[in-house]
Design a protein around this ligand. Structure first.
Ligand code: GLU
Length: 429
């Protein structure tokens, strides 16, 4: 066992419960990046927590007439570069610490891609799978009313995240425009096309992940035509990653959803699975032979793409993972303990803040198009995204080599630096 791994074990960092450690881990990552870049502790003090956090209670009239009260959050990490930006998730496990960590990750993504934003994130503690469409609409509108004072096209621009989609964005856009009494398509991204959404936004995160996979596979000496890929998670991102890879002729041997997982070493029928998924990305209920998510992660493959939730790759399974390359489509799928093990085993990791930033990048394109009232073709969107992702991947790999650090630390260094610089120019430091 390397000293790095044993040190972490001794420090008791080996049992992260889902959600529990994400903020602390993120703060440690930022601290390491700022220290490596030579910034003072004051810079860290300003960046370790969001500058603004709002907790709201949202009363929602349920279909049966009773009122239920939901808790929601919006965290804005840093607005030195411009307005903040990031999605809103609907999930029963949402916590304030998780939303704070996710807002910091959004800053890093924006920093890596040079987007004129800081990071933000929102969440509502709820299980949308148990809410009717009308209850979801009232909840979405109630959230916008509750946070309306701190959001807006030049303040903080929301977007979709786990279990939210173009329909939820449309309700939120409508509610915000009513509150402000003027049409504000630039308030939110990930909207339906007919309401000012961007071509390519729905599959943007997935396309970015696939481009990152292609570039990193070349680096790791993996021939995509021969490679076997496992995609964990079959929501918007996971299902589209599997679909695009399949269309490229890459063999997808495993997929999973909240119910279970499917594995076939000869390749799965991805178009069939894609068509069979429900609106929450569940597809395995159609099959009798289903394995668990935990089993799937350690099955034979060359490339593993976690596209579900946080803390999936831990010190309990990191040693058994067979992939040579891991591309993090989800936010925060790997714990720091697992990260150290993967590094020790020489597995190349494309970190979340790099791999999944295609979503916020095309959200930025959407906001630009809304501001200008001038809309781009799908080719324009996709080719701009591809160019930016290729540059970002090579920049991070180069930085990792130059500083002799992991790709994750390199990504944090590249992503955090613009915030330190912007704060200095503004005279905050
Ligand atoms: N929720 C997505 C993410 O985690 C997209 C955010 C956005 O488009 O602003 O990156």
């Amino acid at each position: 066992m390397s000293t790095k791994v044993s040190k972490r074990l001794a420090a008791g960092a080996n049992m992260p419960a889902p959600g529990e450690d994400v903020l602390k881990n993120t703060q440690e990552a930022i601290h390491a990046a700022l220290t490596r870049l030579g910034y003072s502790d004051t810079v860290y003090e300003l960046l370790k927590e969001p500058i603004r956090v709002l907790t709201v209670r949202i009363p929602v009239r349920m279909d049966d007439g009773h009122t239920e009260v939901f808790t929601g959050y919006r965290a804005q990490h840093n607005d030195a570069i411009g307005p903040t930006k990031g999605g809103i998730r609907f999930h029963p496990d949402v916590t304030l610490d998780e939303v704070k960590a996710l807002s910091i990750w959004m800053s890093i993504k924006c920093g890596i891609f040079g987007l004129p934003y800081g990071g933000a994130k929102g969440g509502i503690v709820c299980d949308p799978r148990k809410l009717s469409i009308h209850e979801q609409e009232r909840l979405a509108r109630g959230y916008v009313r509750a946070v309306s004072q701190i959001v807006g096209p030049a303040k903080d621009i929301p977007a979709p995240d786990v279990y939210t989609n173009p329909q939820v964005m449309a309700w939120m856009y409508d509610e915000y425009s009513r509150i402000r009494e003027y049409d504000s398509p630039n308030f939110i991204t990930g909207k339906p096309l007919v309401l000012g959404g961007s071509q390519g936004r729905e599959q943007a995160t997935a396309l970015g992940v696939v481009v990152a996979t292609r570039e990193a596979a070349a680096q790791a000496g993996i021939d995509l035509k021969e490679a076997r890929v496992i995609v964990q998670g079959f929501g918007n991102v996971g299902s589209n990653v599997a679909r695009i890879l399949h269309e490229m002729g890459v063999k997808v041997v495993g997929i999973s959803d909240a119910n279970g997982a499917l594995y076939n070493e000869n390749g799965l029928d991805i178009p069939d699975l894609f068509d069979k998924r429900d609106s929450f990305g569940v597809v395995t209920t159609n099959f009798s032979h289903v394995i668990s998510n935990e089993e799937l992660l350690v099955k034979p493959c060359d490339i593993l793409i976690p596209a579900a939730l946080e803390n999936q790759i831990t010190e309990h399974n990191a040693r058994d993972i067979q992939a040579k390359l891991i591309v993090e489509a989800a936010n925060g799928p790997t714990t720091p303990m697992a990260d150290a093990i993967l590094e020790e085993r020489g597995i190349l990791v494309v970190p979340d803040v790099l791999a999944n930033a295609g979503g916020v990048t095309v959200s930025y394109f959407e906001w630009v198009q809304n501001n200008q009232g001038w809309y781009w073709t799908e080719d324009e969107v996709n080719s701009r995204l591809e160019r930016m992702m290729v540059n970002a991947v090579h920049n991070i790999l180069k930085t990792a080599r130059r500083y002799q650090v992991s790709t994750r630390l390199a990504a944090y260094m590249v992503g955090i630096r613009p915030f330190a610089e912007a704060m200095r120019w503004r005279g905050w430091l």
